[in-house]
Each structure stands twice: as structure tokens, then as C-alpha cells.
Design a protein around this ligand. Structure first.
Ligand SMILES: [Zn+2]
Length: 684
């Protein structure tokens, strides 16, 4: 939902084939004595780079040289390596489930096994051809009027296009769910791809049009008709793009929250027939809707009335097929991959088992999450992660109280919010109930449709019920973490609580620099430029004095300018406004982690391991989680669309503001890693 901010640690992670072993987060429960060669691999360091000139390349240079991006990947780094290990565990679980033909019908085992088996069954998928898609295509073909389109969009078979609707927490009244409407309907995901005139944007559009044309031909259109239909969809999506807010504008939580009575919305946007869509969605009793972008809906309202139904059919047809190519004959997936190559630079398609695994994780992640947890995550690991979170929370409170710029009144609210953070670690206490989801071995495509409908029903059923505070937004094997502003919670799946983020065999320095910084990052999202706008209860409410507000903004602006100046490729600059929340979280996260690390026996003892002081190992531990090679296309895509900065700036950006770092490595004024005192940003 747009008005609830879910701030992730990274946008997405992909892995490469292979069956590496997974090292779990724990036990032992007692800290080990420091050991040589554990936690930091000295062979990854590039000693030809000075740590005070470019710490990222000093800490990771040799690793970067020795670990090029595999052919089927677009990026390769610590997150990918770990995801790859987790996928090896998942693969064993899924293959075992798929081999079991005697699972109790309707059980999670049956569903997981059948979903994966059907997705892996390339022969069956080829043989089925369009058998399972055709009824859905016919449905769209039979739309004759705007009223028909409205009816279709209100039905469970509607698979996207025009705008999004769902049920989510009301960010000004976090104890209630609300109906939310938001901008959407763009196959390329980002408005800039449609509107920018640079060479790369044009190349992406050309490839997108070629992809659509191929799909329409595969569906049976003659070549010239397929091209005409692709033109119509691209033209329509371009109009939708013109009406859309850009990613920076979408970050503003207040401007993207507009609550209006249903009757008003029905009057303002008559061509959407909202009353019908609400009624058919079981939301007929809703009094209000929260509209993310009113001017966008106004444009869609006009476009729906003024776009020929024939063009709308092509658009809805495209929306139906684009999301299902993985469950259609090979030629469909190949067309999709040719487009992905231009977008991300990938050289090879991911192996089928990886695509099937990701689809199964996305559809039924919590149905086999327990099996993953049993294999890869111990109760001791959970307890230790919880302890680390509490150490970080205490350190954060100290930093808030020690700030010299914040008033006592604002500090009091900040501490209340910090103390109210709910913490989720590893996996849900209560797993999702999939009993109403029907999965069979018959058709991968049918399973995709069934899953989409189940997910829709699951979301809509929340309306009018108490907030489900046990719900998770990521599956257990995920190598990621998030802060949810309406829940005011920080969430760490089992998947990330492993080396190099957390290694039970490593010293505290490495673990505080790794998962400690991750925990601090998620906590700081509660106090970043958008997160700070909600309070301890998760409600959007301004709890800042005017003066503190201005001081915070001045500090944040400084960070924005710092990151604007970073340029990972010629003519490609980081967008300081787009990445603001993540950069603030990175800077706050490493600062808080260091504060907590200073309380450990290792820090106080000061004993060197492998020639490095505890403080030096802390920063090396931090740098290694961000090591990554990336294809230039993927890097351009990230800079344009991802709120996270590239890994080298997630490392150097925060450290350039940290005197603790300068001191650890003896950096002096004039070194590249040292900012002049007046140019440093320190919020926490
Ligand atoms: Zn984040």
C-alpha cells in the first residue's frame, strides 16, 4: 500500500546455481574466543588501495576481481552468495516435496510439491500450450463496452492494469484497515522509461515493444497486427506514465495520503465505477478510500472513457500474459528474457529450477517456511539475534539523548517510538493459512491464477478485521530485512541471519559491523525523512518541534547533496532525493552499531586479530556485506529506480561522515574518505 512505508534493506536478490552448505546463525550460545581467519577473509583485501582513499575497494578489491557476475545474474555480491546458499536448502525441500506423490490432499506438503513439480514440468507446459490461458483471453476478447471493462476489473480474474486497489493499514489510524487506491498500470514499472529521450530509455522502449510484439504473435496475431497492438499498448502506457508521479514524489507520505468518502470518489472518478468494484470485492461497507495520487486517478478516469475498447482489450490482454510467461511454453519465456537482457544485461536465463523455486517461494513461502527454519535456523540463533537487537536499541537511546540539536520534547517522543518498535526475528509465530488455496500438478498456469486469486481474497478479507500484527512481508529464507512504519516494527528473516552478516564463529566486531549495521539500518528507518513522520503507534502525526524539524531537514539536505555527487558510471549520478531514506538509514545504522560495539569486551580489550584492531575489523565487516559486482545495465536500472545506493556508496558514503572510522584507520584531513568537519552529516 502506498501510504504505508515498507523500507527494505535491499530491493531484490537473486542467486546462482550450486549446492553450497548453509551455516546457521547459532549455536553456540556462549561467545567464542576470537579466532584467526574467521569473519574477515584477508585474501579479499586489495592492499594496493589505501583504506583512507577508498575503503570499499580496499576492503573488497581482491574479492571484486575474483568474483565476476555469473552469466545468469545481473549483480553478484554478499547478498547473492547467501541467497544462493539458502536456495540450495529450499531446493532440497522442494524436490523432496515434489517427489512425494502420497502427501495428504489439501496439505501444505501436497501444495508445495505440486506447485514446484508443475512449474518444473516444461514438457507438460509445452503440451498444454494455450489451453489454460485461452478462457482468460476470451473473457477479455468479449469486453464490448466500458461497463464490461469495469465489471472485468471488479472480478477476481482481473490481473492488473490502469490502477491498483487493495486493503492496507490506514497510516493515520494504524489500528484500522482501509481501502487504498494507487497509481499503477505501467508494464515497465517506472514512468521515466516511457518519457525520457536518452539513448538507454529509447533502447528499453524498443525492446519492450519487441517483447510485446513477439507475445502477441505467439498468441496468434498476424505480424502486422501484433505490431499495431504493441503500438497501441505502448501509446496507452505512455499516457498513463505522463499522469504518474515520479519515484521521488511517491516518497512523500503526506502527499500520497488523500482520504475521501466513497461517495465523493465515485463522483470524482465516475468512469472507474468504484461502487461496483468495491461491492464485488466485498468492500461495499467501506465509507472512505485513501487515494494515493488523486490527479493520477483523474487522468485514468478520462483515459478509460476516451480510449477505444479495442485498445483497452490489448492493454488488459498484455497485462494478463506479461505476468505469466514463466508458466507458458518456452517461446514466451524466451521473449521475456530477450527483453530482460536489454533491461538488466543478463547473459543467460536463470535455470528452470531457480525460476520455479522463486515462484514457489512467492506463492507458498510460508507453507514450507517451517521446513527451511528447521534446517537452517536454531532457537539459539533467534535468541542471540534478539539480544543484539536489544543492545542496538539501548545504544540508539543513548545516541538520541546525546544529540546536541534535538529538543527535550522531541527526544521524549523519539525514545517512546524507539521503545515501541516491535521486533520480528527469523519466521512468523503463526504461519499463513493456505487451506483455501487449491494447487494441483495439472497446470503451472492454473496454479499461478489460483495463487493470485487467493492472495487477492486474503488481502480483501482483512477489511473490517483487527490488524494482523503477526503478519510477515518476507518469507523466512529471504536475504533482506524491513521496517514497516504503520506497524512500527523491524523484521529480520532467518535468511539474513547468517554469514557474512552474522557468523557465530566470528568475533563481535565482524557481527556488529554486519548484522548490527543491518539492525541499526532498519531502526533508523523509523527516524529517516519519511519514517520520522509517524509516531510510536505507527500513525502519521507530526511530533517534531518546528525548530527540530528544520534542523533535521538541513542535515538531511546535506546528505542528499553528498550522494548526488556520487557517480558510479559516466553520466550516471546517484539521485540523492530518491535514495534519501536509505542513505540516512545506512548512516544511522553503522553509527548505532558502532555505539553498541563499543560496549563489548572485544572493543574494550583492543586485542588485534590477523593484524587488525577491533574497530578496524568492525569496519571491514561492514564493507564486506556491500561487496558486489554489477552489470552496467543493471547499475543504470538501479540508479534510476531503486531507492538504495550502489554498494560502494553504501560503504563509503556513511564512513566518510564518521570520525570513528578516520580514527580506526589513521585517516587525515585531505584523504578522500575524510570530509571537512563542516561538510559532515551526523544526525544520530
Ligand atoms: Zn532500508
Amino acid at each position: 500500500m502506498t501510504s504505508t512505508t515498507i523500507s527494505r534493506l535491499v530491493l531484490a536478490t537473486l542467486g546462482l546455481g550450486g549446492l553450497a552448505a548453509t551455516t546457521a546463525f547459532g549455536p553456540p550460545a556462549k561467545p567464542n574466543p576470537p579466532q584467526k581467519g574467521i569473519g574477515i577473509n584477508l585474501a579479499n583485501i586489495d592492499t594496493s588501495v589505501q583504506p583512507c582513499e577508498d575503503f570499499y575497494h580496499y576492503a573488497n578489491g581482491a574479492w571484486l576481481k575474483n568474483n565476476p557476475v555469473p552469466a545468469a545474474e545481473t549483480r553478484w555480491g554478499a547478498f547473492n552468495e547467501l541467497a544462493n546458499n539458502n536456495q540450495a536448502v529450499e531446493r532440497r525441500i522442494l524436490e523432496k516435496a515434489a517427489a512425494n506423490r502420497t502427501a495428504k490432499p489439501g496439505s501444505n506438503d501436497q501444495k508445495v510439491g505440486d506447485f514446484y513439480a508443475a512449474a518444473m514440468d516444461s514438457v507438460g507446459i509445452e503440451k498444454a500450450g494455450l489451453k489454460y490461458l485461452q478462457p482468460r483471453l476470451d473473457e477479455i476478447k468479449n469486453l464490448k463496452s466500458l461497463a464490461d471493462v469495469q465489471k472485468y476489473m471488479a472480478s477476481p480474474h482481473y490481473s492488473g492494469g490502469w490502477y491498483g486497489m487493495g486493503v492496507g493499514q490506514d497510516s493515520k489510524n494504524s489500528t484500522q484497515y482501509a481501502v487504498q487506491l494507487r497509481q499503477g498500470g505501467l508494464g515497465l514499472g517506472d514512468r521515466d522509461y516511457y518519457l525520457k529521450q536518452d539513448g538507454r530509455s529509447k533502447a528499453v522502449r524498443t525492446a519492450y515493444k519487441a517483447y510485446m510484439t513477439s507475445i502477441f504473435q505467439l498468441l496468434g496475431d498476424a505480424p502486422s497486427l501484433a505490431a499495431t497492438n504493441a503500438d497501441a499498448v505502448l501509446a496507452l502506457e505512455t499516457k498513463i506514465a505522463e499522469a504518474s508521479r515520479d519515484r521521488v514524489a511517491l516518497r512523500d507520505r503526506l502527499k500520497n495520503y488523500n482520504k475521501v468518502p466513497v461517495a465523493q470518489a465515485a463522483k470524482d472518478y465516475p468512469n472507474l465505477n468504484l461502487p461496483l468494484r468495491l461491492k464485488e470485492s466485498g468492500l461495499g461497507s467501506a465509507q472512505d478510500v485513501i487515494i494515493g495520487q488523486p490527479e493520477f486517478l483523474a487522468s485514468v478516469n478520462n483515459l478509460m472513457a476516451n480510449t477505444p475498447i479495442a485498445d483497452q482489450q490489448q492493454y488488459l490482454r498484455w497485462n494478463l500474459v506479461d505476468g505469466t510467461t514463466s508458466a507458458l511454453p518456452k517461446a514466451y519465456g524466451d521473449a521475456n528474457f530477450r527483453f530482460q537482457q536489454v533491461l538488466t544485461g543478463a547473459k543467460q536465463q536463470q535455470p528452470r529450477w531457480k525460476r520455479a523455486l522463486r515462484a514457489t517461494d512467492g506463492a507458498l513461502g510460508e507453507a514450507f517456511g517451517q521446513l527451511y527454519v528447521d534446517e537452517a535456523f536454531s532457537p539459539a540463533a533467534k535468541a542471540r539475534a534478539k539480544q543484539m537487537v536489544e543492545n542496538l536499541r539501548a545504544a540508539y537511546a543513548e545516541r538520541i539523548m546525546a544529540t546536541d540539536w534535538m529538543s527535550a520534547a522531541t527526544k521524549k517522543e523519539a525514545i517512546q517510538k524507539l521503545n515501541a518498535f516491535a521486533v520480528k526475528i527469523g519466521y512468523p509465530d503463526k504461519w499463513k493459512d493456505y487451506s483455501k488455496l487449491k494447487i494441483t500438478r495439472e497446470s503451472a498456469l492454473q496454479n499461478l491464477f489460483a495463487t493470485a486469486e487467493w492472495r487477492r481474497a486474503d488481502n480483501l478479507a482483512k477489511f473490517g478485521k483487527p490488524i494482523d500484527r503477526g503478519e510477515w512481508g518476507m518469507t523466512p529464507p529471504t536475504v533482506n530485512a524491513y521496517y514497516n512504519s504503520s506497524m512500527n516494527e523491524i523484521v529480520f528473516p532467518a535468511g539474513i541471519l547468517q554469514p557474512p552478516f552474522y557468523d557465530p564463529k566470528a568475533d563481535d566486531a565482524v557481527n556488529y559491523g554486519g548484522v548490527g549495521a543491518v539492525i541499526g539500518h532498519e531502526m533508523t528507518h523509523g527516524f529517516d525523512d519519511q519514517g520520522r513522520r509517524s509516531d510510536a503507534k505507527g500513525n502519521l502525526r507530526d511530533w517534531w518541534t518546528k525548530e527540530d524539524n528544520e534542523k533535521f531537514n538541513a542535515k538531511a539536505d546535506m546528505v542528499g547533496k553528498q550522494y548526488d555527487a556520487f557517480s558510479p558510471l559516466d553520466s550516471v549520478h546517484v539521485n540523492g532525493k530518491l535514495t534519501m531514506g536509505e542513505n540516512l538509514a545506512d548512516i544511522g545504522g553503522i553509527t548505532i552499531a558502532y555505539q553498541a560495539f563499543q560496549k563489548t569486551a572485544q572493543f574494550k580489550g583492543g586485542q588485534k586479530i590477523d593484524g587488525f584492531t577491533p574497530a578496524q575489523r568492525f569496519f571491514l565487516g561492514y564493507a564486506q556485506i556491500w561487496r558486489a559486482n554489477q552489470r552496467p545495465e543493471a547499475l543504470r536500472q538501479q540508479v534510476q529506480t531503486d531507492p538504495h545506493s550502489p554498494g560502494q556508496y553504501r560503504t563509503n558514503g556513511p564512513l566518510m561522515n564518521m570520525p570513528e572510522f578516520y580514527e580506526a584507520f589513521g585517516c587525515k584531513d585531505g584523504n578522500k574518505m575524510v570530509r571537512a568537519a563542516a561538510d559532515r552529516s551526523r544526525i544520530w
